[in-house]
Design a protein around this ligand. Sequence first.
Ligand code: B16
Ligand code: MG
Length: 216
Amino acid sequence: MIEACIFDLDGVIVDTARYHYIAWRKIAEELGFVFSKDDNERLKGVGRLESLEILLQIGQVNLDENEKNKLAKEKNEIYLKLIEGMTPDEILPGVTAFLKDLRKNNILIALGSASKNAPFILERTTLTPYFNAIIDGNMVSKAKPDPEVFLKGATQLGIEPAKCLVFEDAQAGIEAAINAGMHCIGIGEKENLKGADFVIPGFQEFNYDRLRSWYL
Ligand code: B16
Ligand code: MG
């Protein structure tokens, strides 16, 4: 039986990928190459510095550590300006109703995100009060598919991994959930979410009753 749900942030609760894209595209422009929307898919669920490494590889640019840190900082400044204006309107369809439904049914809720800006985004979208635990990119040293972020969430909630259900939109996140010994539902399309117990397009048609019928 499921006692806790752990949510990824970008692509599950809000769509911040488009803001990450605008910021990374600007950095690529400065470096003199084009960063496409397809390229951006490779950055989903990946941490900031790892994202920069992928970007530099695409543009075939070599930089030293100092320059890399400077660029990562600059990208984040652009990104922060973009997300500053986020409102609850940007919460993905069905998410708030589902969070309310979970709370009504005494299911604990955690966030398990690679983003160091996750707490700020939850504040901007007024979702913070729904979460019993928030684990973000500042609190983990190993990126997904390492299970660290989800295991920390389970520990903070005081629930054993086998009773946790993860919602993820990235393949690395699905693998992290499996590595944590947790159940996992993919958000998006089946082909991109191998190993998930189930895949749903989003939360619009989803509720606690459906969840319970799947995990009796
Ligand atoms: P930040 P998630 C991830 O969020 C994003 O999908 C990924 O594109 C981003 O690079 C990463 O957070 C780090 O974000 O620069 O804000 O620390 O999907 O794990 O919620
Ligand atoms: Mg994600």
